[in-house]
Design a protein around this ligand. Structure first.
Ligand code: ATP
Ligand code: MG
Ligand code: MG
Ligand code: MG
Length: 485
């Protein structure tokens, strides 16, 4: 029988404990430092240790240079990828092993290989594994090909855009610990695509070659660029290891299921959605089951960590995720608050590793339910209006910015929701026009007394509560932030 997600998580932590690592609990989803809103990687809580602080951890006596965790993560930039790619979730678990100036590249590579291929661990077929390395990293190339015995045709060298972490362009990225990395991919086979590993080097997008694990070698402290714009990479006091493996990705590979939604965590959720809606999980509508399952899990975990649904920052991001799920529930014909009924299943799946979600379950359910009630009221009227409009339009037509703004101002439809619905009709949205209308309205808001908030925003003020004029501008910034890491 294939291993459950919980078993894989536990095996990983046990494996690294057997290599002298201290197991620590996940940090909260609320980021430990102000570079991001949510925790985006297992390494984030350990930046001080990478920078040279003593590796001491609260509640644990002594110093520990080797640590292992399963960290819950949210990447704002990936939220829109849910459903678009097969490999992205809005919330995922990152399994990690960390060395603070202790072991380095050689052990990290050997242990990753042992965990993936060892019959008592993941037992993956070694011939299906491929790796990437940073362009000039001959040291890593040597370990992979000479010590592990990987065929050189299974190794590809990428530049900083792929194999330097964190960075999204050559040597550009947030300040702090960084370094070259080596990533491990699993070939899911021809059923997933007929591209080859060599093709992946040019396309960089493949349903077949799935990135499962990133081994990062942080040895630099990225500082503000020099006056001429060139990157400044100072040496850290010592060389570190930071690895991150997506638990849901390795579980899909080990369980040999076509996507996340067929694994042991999400399957009960999509099935429950089918049960509650009376719409079987099949055909075109199944995208709604998936979005609901995925999004309710994220909302449950973040609200459990203390995020309050609101109009700014984290609370806004999570409200947006929940409303997207609400809209899909609506598409499945659900007209009563229903999403909150999925919370116990999320607790069941996640409560073992993250006990905080168990103790907060009742509060989470209530928060989701009341948000659903508020959203359903306006969604219903806005949806009717938008469908009628779009139904009359030709494919390839453009919905005016003013109309999109009315939907936003009066019915609480964020622009991306309007865009998503319009896309289903083959209609695009005049986003520049929307921005203009929004700006004009914010002008009015700033002008103050003449128009009260309720007049300006109509129903949306009631739905969103105290809506600041900057709400959506703030969100754009978040998206940019999400792309950084
Ligand atoms: P991708 O290229 O697929 O977007 P990434 O290179 O951005 O992934 P890393 O920053 O290297 O990801 O993070 C380490 C690991 O975390 C990845 O190899 C992957 O297994 C997992 N991971 C990253 N983003 C997601 C996500 N949105 N959903 C699920 N797993 C993820
Ligand atoms: Mg990514
Ligand atoms: Mg990648
Ligand atoms: Mg990566």
């Amino acid at each position: 029988t294939p291993r459950s997600t919980a078993e894989i998580r536990e095996k990983y932590l046990q494996f690294f404990e057997s290599k002298g690592h201290l197991r620590l609990p996940s940090h909260s989803l609320i980021a430990p430092d102000p570079t991001t809103l949510f925790t985006v990687a297992g390494m984030q809580p350990f930046k001080p240790q990478f920078m040279g602080s003593a590796p001491k951890f609260s509640g644990v006596p002594g110093e520990h240079r080797r640590v292992t965790t399963a960290q819950k993560c949210i990447r704002v930039g990936d939220i829109e990828n849910v459903g678009r790619t097969r490999r992205h979730l809005s919330l995922f678990e990152m399994l990690g092993n960390f060395s603070f100036g202790d072991y380095f590249k050689r052990d990290a590579i050997h242990w990753a290989w042992e965990f993936l291929t060892g019959p008592e661990w993941m037992g993956l077929d070694a011939s299906k594994l491929y790796v990437t390395i940073y362009e000039d990293d001959d040291e890593a190339f040597g370990y992979w090909t000479q010590e592990i015995g990987l065929d050189p045709s299974h190794v590809h060298r990428f530049g900083a855009d792929e194999n330097f972490w964190p960075a999204d362009a050559p040597l550009k990225g947030p300040n702090g610990p960084c370094g070259p990395c080596s990533e491990i991919y699993f070939d899911r086979g021809p059923a997933y695509g007929d591209d080859s590993w060599a093709d992946y080097a040019t396309t960089r997008e493949s349903a077949r070659f799935l990135e499962i694990w990133n081994l990062v070698f942080p040895q630099f402290d990225r500082q503000d660029p020099a006056a001429d714009g060139s990157p400044v990479l100072a040496d850290l006091p010592f060389k570190n290891i930071d690895t991150g493996m997506g638990l849901e990705r390795i579980a899909s590979v080990v369980q040999d299921v076509p996507d996340f939604y067929s694994n042991d965590v999400f399957k009960p959720l999509v099935e429950r959605v089918a049960e509650l809606s009376g719409k079987p999980y099949e055909g075109e509508v199944s995208v709604s089951h998936r979005v609901i399952a995925e999004h309710v899990r994220s909302v449950t975990m973040t609200v459990a960590d203390g995020v309050v649904l609101s109009n700014t920052g984290r609370g806004y991001v999570i409200r947006k995720i929940l409303r997207r799920a609400s809209r899909h529930a609506y598409l499945l014909g659900l007209r009563e608050p229903t999403l909150h009924k999925l919370v116990p299943l999320v607790v069941e799946a996640m409560g073992g590793a993250y006990p905080e979600v168990r103790s907060e379950a009742a509060r989470v359910e209530a928060a989701i339910r009341s948000e659903e009630e508020r959203f359903l009221r306006t969604l219903e009227s806005g949806m009717g209006r938008l469908d009628a409009l779009l139904g009359k339009m030709e494919r390839g037509a453009t919905l005016s910015g003013e109309e999109a703004f009315t939907l936003y101002g009066t019915y609480g439809f964020p622009l991306d929701l309007t865009r998503e619905i319009a896309e289903e009709y083959g209609v695009s949205v005049d986003e520049a026009g929307f921005d203009k209308a929004l700006e004009a309205d914010q002008e009015l808001a700033r002008a103050g007394s003449k128009y009260g908030k309720s007049e300006l925003f109509g129903v949306v003020a009631e739905v969103l509560g105290d809506l600041p004029a900057t709400t959506f501008v703030g969100y754009d910034e978040l998206e940019a932030e999400g792309r950084v890491l």
